[in-house]
Write a protein that binds this ligand. Structure first.
Ligand SMILES: NC(=O)c1ccc[n+]([C@@H]2O[C@H](COP(=O)([O-])OP(=O)(O)OC[C@H]3O[C@@H](n4cnc5c(N)ncnc54)[C@H](O)[C@@H]3O)[C@@H](O)[C@H]2O)c1
Length: 259
């Protein structure tokens, strides 16, 4: 029960990685706020957790809206009186070259994937400062560390998340607040299957190529990321701050077959 009596918010917890983080935190003893723009999925996650015996609350949240993120923090304060952990996980991607990316796609990607993280940090800090402690975990991507053709704008946003994490860590360490990011590799979720692999001309070929390039010869699962988030959220990582934890099965360490 690493997170006993902790209050956590997980954004984008209606699906994939966020849902797995929410359930993993709950099993570790936390009460989890499911902050999600997709009302049906968000409510389903909260309901499943309640049925499994874990306390949770759903809040309809758009991470790209300052008013919505502020309300997410205020409602958590009203309900529980504190906020120990914030996971800025909500995200989306468009698989398209920089040349073909529209300005609308650029803005949407930046608003959700980068501004959403900024707003989460900005509005959580005052409450965590008052408490003298807090852990913020931002979900970046291996695409924020290396470049992938067709993911240029997503890469730019996620690279921004890695850097914003470091900046927030150095500004707020003195208040007892730690800020870290996780850079997942290819994880089996609707985002990977629909927004990335599924949007290419030859999904089977891309899937085979991704598997070939992974030293562990498998895709990651949402629980692989949730375990890393659990480590960063709790007491076991007390001296870890500003770190970007790569959880990719070795994908970004692999430069290609030589023999
Ligand atoms: N799946 C992967 O391979 C992979 C790899 C690297 C990084 N990531 C990152 O992990 C995070 C989670 O992705 P996932 O794969 O679980 O995707 P997913 O699509 O399964 O889940 C993302 C969730 O975010 C929610 N969301 C989108 N816009 C939102 C908004 N404006 N406000 C609130 N919620 C919003 C969606 O409704 C969805 O429930 C994302 O930040 C993604 O970029 C995923």
């Amino acid at each position: 029960m690493d997170l006993k009596n902790k209050i956590a918010i997980v954004t984008g917890a209606g699906s994939g990685i966020g849902k797995s983080i929410a359930k993993t935190f709950a099993k570790a003893g936390a009460t989890v706020v499911i902050a999600e723009i997709n009302e049906e999925n968000g409510r389903n996650t909260a309901m499943e957790m309640k049925e499994e015996g874990y306390p949770s609350m759903y809040l309809n949240t758009d991470v790209s809206s300052s008013a919505s993120v502020q309300s997410m923090i205020e409602q958590t304060n009203d309900q529980f009186g504190r906020l120990d952990i914030l996971v800025n996980n909500a995200g989306l991607e468009y698989f398209t070259t920089i040349e073909e990316t529209t300005e609308e796609q650029w803005s949407k990607t930046m608003d959700v994937n980068l501004k959403g993280v900024f707003l989460g940090i900005k509005h959580a800090i005052p409450m965590m400062k008052k408490q003298g402690q807090g852990s913020i975990i931002n979900i970046a991507s291996v695409a924020g560390l290396s470049a992938w053709p067709g993911l240029g704008v997503y890469s730019a946003a996620k690279g921004g998340v890695v850097q914003l994490t470091k900046a927030a860590a150095v500004e707020n360490g003195k208040y007892g607040i730690r800020v870290n990011s996780i850079s997942p590799g290819a994880i089996r979720t609707p985002l990977l299957e629909e927004q990335y692999i599924g949007s290419t001309n030859d999904p089977a070929a891309l899937e085979a190529e991704l598997l070939k390039r992974n030293p562990l010869k498998r895709f990651g699962m949402p629980d692989d990321i949730a375990e890393a988030a659990l480590y960063l959220a709790g007491e076991r990582s007390q001296f870890v701050n500003g770190h970007s934890l790569v959880v990719d099965g070795g994908l970004t360490s692999f430069v290609g077959e030589l023999i």
